[in-house]
Write a protein that binds this ligand. Structure first.
Ligand code: HEM
Length: 77
């Protein structure tokens, strides 16, 4: 049986961020850049889990789970 593919930043995580997210968060980090998202991964997970980010409505549980999986896999590119 093939091993389950691990999530990738470019293919799976990057598309979760809308232009609004990227623009709104540019004061803190660039959500289009894997290294910066990886650096802030813990606080991003916290915000997603408590539902305070994005500011205009929280993510579905599947989206949060995908982001968590990406972090658990070591934030692969
Ligand atoms: C998936 C999208 C987003 C992510 C992952 C994200 C992530 C974060 C993170 C990690 C912080 C820092 C929280 C802390 O540690 O104190 C933050 C703060 C903040 N974000 Fe976002 N954000 C997103 C979208 C947005 C959007 C759409 C808006 C508004 C249009 C927004 C507005 C803000 C503001 C105003 C703060 C400062 C809040 C405070 O310090 O009280 N963010 N966000």
């Amino acid at each position: 049986m093939p091993a389950p593919e691990q999530p990738s930043f470019e293919r799976d995580v990057r598309p979760l961020f809308r232009e609004l997210d990227v623009d709104s968060m540019s004061w803190l980090l660039d959500l289009t850049q894997r290294d910066q998202v990886a650096e802030h991964a813990d606080s991003i997970v916290t915000q997603l889990e408590i539902g305070s980010m994005p500011c205009d409505g929280s993510w579905d549980e599947e989206q949060v789970a995908l982001f968590r999986q990406w972090v658990a896999a070591g934030c692969p590119e």
